[in-house]
Ligand binder design. Sequence first.
Ligand code: SAM
Length: 238
Amino acid sequence: MRRFDLGRGGGEITFEIARLIAPDGVVTGVDMDEVKLALARDVAVDRGITNVEFRALNVNTWDEPVAYDVVFCRFLLQHLSQPVALLRRMWAAVRPGGVIVVEDADFDGWCCHPANDGFAFFLRTYSEVLARWGGDHATGRKLYAYFRDAGIADPDVGLVTPLHIADDGKALALSTLEATADAILAEGLATETELATARAQLAAFTADPHSLIAGAAGLPAVGAARALKNSGAGGRVA
Ligand SMILES: C[S@@+](CC[C@H](N)C(=O)[O-])C[C@H]1O[C@@H](n2cnc3c(N)ncnc32)[C@H](O)[C@@H]1O
């Protein structure tokens, strides 16, 4: 069993996949950020995880037909100007009987309580940075259409509406704002003072044990789609 995790970033997903398919399966996590990959290699050594490997590459130029049983990506397509082209290559990369699985966010579906100016700042500026760099903050709702545009008929689709109060997921908004800080300033979307104020507001909100971040009613916070490749052409609901 060979699995491929595209745009693995600093997340835990590659390690979770490695745990699930041990001892015989191998998962390859890729990203264009060498720093994140170096940290991930260190974590793998620390935890004694031996069925995982990491490769630096840009997914826009990656092409490896018929190489994997499962090809996965989460929160990657939102960064890409040509998400459908990547889906086509992901589909080509799985062997007959293999599966591709994609999850992505839809930031219009995020809300918080109580209202917080730092959270609103994060949603506005992150979405704008994505747009200016060719991405899309509303990718989640488009996954089904993207699969069909890529020639993958009838993917299995679903929505996730998370609720974060005291779990690690609540810090995602703050960590993403911090990771995007340089881009927000470079794009002229805020002054350093405005950014620092928003960061402090969001940090205080995140530390409050009773504040919450959730997917809003009727809108997906995360869209997920997967398709199983038959031995013939085309896909079907997995
Ligand atoms: C939001 S993080 C997602 C991390 C992880 N998949 C998760 O779900 O926790 C997006 C990652 O995609 C990577 N990325 C963005 N564009 C990329 C590209 N063209 N090629 C490779 N990696 C890319 C970034 O470096 C970043 O680590």
